[in-house]
Design a protein around this ligand. Structure first.
Ligand SMILES: [Zn+2]
Length: 150
């Protein structure tokens, strides 16, 4: 059973369709790798990895890149909207849009859900959770906690 799943580049929002063999729980698509995750190339057996490293627009046998329908729609709308000055080769422009290479060439990372000791790991948690509510502490975000503060 093969599934086709669509993601989009966090840099330029180009869509990519990925064929994959089995269900995998996706965690996030990010422009940077998660610390502690290992990433495979899209044409490797990424089912055994913890994520996939894409390069935007880089062809692989099981990938299909396509323009993001929303951003492409914006482009088309703006082209149509500027018909007052539309003599400047609109036919060429649309031909270019069809044949232009997709993608921005930037890497981005699809991370799968990863478990350790039965708990889902989330590399974003440690930095995003801020400890608030210790009533005795003044707001010193990164002060040294030495004993000699008086
Ligand atoms: Zn991109």
């Amino acid at each position: 059973m093969t599934f086709t799943v669509s993601y989009y580049c966090p840099h330029c929002e180009t869509m990519v369709d990925v064929d994959r063999d089995e269900y995998l729980a996706d965690k996030a698509v990010t422009p940077y790798p998660f610390e502690g995750w290992t990433y495979a190339a899209p044409d490797e057996d990424f089912e055994d990895a913890e994520g996939v490293r894409f390069v935007c627009g880089d062809d692989a046998p099981n990938l299909t890149w396509r323009a993001n329908p929303w951003t492409a729609g914006d482009d088309a709308a703006s082209t149509v909207g500027s018909d007052a000055d539309g003599e400047e080769g609109t036919a060429d422009a649309s031909a270019d849009a069809d044949t232009a290479a997709l993608g921005c060439g930037e890497p981005f990372y699809l991370s799968f859900v990863k478990f350790a000791d039965g708990e889902e790991l989330d590399p974003r948690q440690p930095s995003e959770y801020v400890h608030i509510g210790d009533g005795n502490s003044p707001a010193t975000p990164s002060g040294p906690r030495g004993p000699s503060f008086r």
